[in-house]
Design a protein. Structure first.
Ligand code: QAP
Ligand code: CO
Length: 171
């Protein structure tokens, strides 16, 4: 089932999401619905809070070399904790909760992460490149942070201006 996506400036996006303690069928159904919602919206990553569920769960599905997204390639990350970070990199990010706006954001180049899967199993992941960036973007959602809050003053102003312009053209 497709779920409605919460978009900026909805205050719910600022919520601090809580730890997942129960790894039951309800959680699995949410993760499946998040996947359907993300793919239908042309996304590569989605955090639970973006579908109004304030829990520490996120999914990522990066396209392969041919640009195809395979459902088996979906990474489900519950209760992530960053252990080590290294380097710095820039990437032009977007967000399903901030549709139509893209801007360069600075992130760690590599990271090591501990997290749980949908069954509660503890896992360790080392990531670099786009996966590392996507993980940091989605983990920020768990703490109520959007990528636009990481922009320089000038770029944030550019966002505000574009956002206001889009609002006017809607009414
Ligand atoms: C987060 O972002 C991310 O504005 C996932 O009109 C960002 O899936 C991970 C999207 C950068 C890695 C690098 C955005 C779709 C999707 C839009 C997304 C839009 C349609 C964003
Ligand atoms: Co996002």
């Amino acid at each position: 089932m497709r779920l409605p996506i919460v978009t900026y400036p909805d205050k719910r996006l600022k919520a601090l999401s809580g730890e997942v303690t129960v790894f039951d069928a309800l959680l699995h159904e949410l993760l499946d619905n998040m996947y359907e919602t993300m793919i239908a919206s042309n996304g590569i990553g989605l955090a639970a809070i973006q579908v109004a569920q304030p829990i520490r769960a996120l999914i990522i599905n990066l396209p392969d070399e041919e640009g195809v997204q395979h459902s088996e390639a979906t990474l489900e990350v519950i209760n992530p904790r960053i252990e080590v970070v290294e380097g710095s990199t820039y990437y032009q990010e977007g967000c399903l909760s901030v549709p139509g706006f893209y801007e360069d954001v600075e992130r760690h180049e590599r990271l090591r992460l501990r997290y749980q899967d949908r069954f509660g199993n503890e896992l360790l992941l080392e990531a670099e490149g786009l996966l590392s960036i996507a993980l940091q973007h989605e983990m920020d959602h768990l703490d109520g942070k959007l990528f636009i809050e990481k922009l320089s003053y000038a770029r944030r102003k550019k966002f505000e201006k574009e956002y206001k312009k889009n609002q006017k053209s809607k009414s």
